[in-house]
Unconditional design. Structure first.
Length: 138
């Protein structure tokens, strides 16, 4: 019986040691995932910033050759849809309806209303720039 006791103690130490190794491995894996996630987020942010900058350049060049910008408060829905379509905004008719529904636009509420319009219409950054290029200040 006394010969078995040291084996049980050694076995308990081994099992305890395995638990510590497993905990260390879990912690290392969690840290690695966090680092990969942070790196992926940083790369995604860089890609979005680059896409927005490119879209801004494209919208600016498109706007320079486009017709005059329209006033969202006074233009008809058809005029807004035509201007948005010419600027390259997809689903211009649907977006124009949302613009008309969001009237009136003022200097005080324009940012909030445009943010709501962007969220409601599910517009990407490139499309937002096209929308802004087609609509005048109020």
């Amino acid at each position: 019986m006394y010969a078995v006791l040291p084996l049980l103690v050694v076995g308990a130490l081994t099992v305890g040691g395995c638990s510590q190794v497993a905990d260390t491995a879990k912690s290392a894996a969690s840290n690695a995932v966090s680092q990969v996630t942070a790196t992926a987020k940083a790369e995604a942010s860089k890609a979005i910033a680059s896409a927005v900058a490119e879209a801004s350049r494209n919208a600016a060049s498109a706007a320079s050759g486009a017709a005059a910008r329209i006033n969202p408060n006074t233009a008809s829905q058809a005029e807004i849809a035509a201007a948005l379509g010419q600027a390259g905004v997809p689903n211009a008719d649907s977006v124009a309806a949302k613009v008309v529904a969001a009237r009136p636009f003022t200097a005080e509420n324009a940012t909030a209303k445009i943010n709501q319009l962007v969220n409601d219409a599910g517009l990407d950054p490139a499309t937002v720039l096209k929308l802004v290029a087609a609509i005048s200040a109020f």
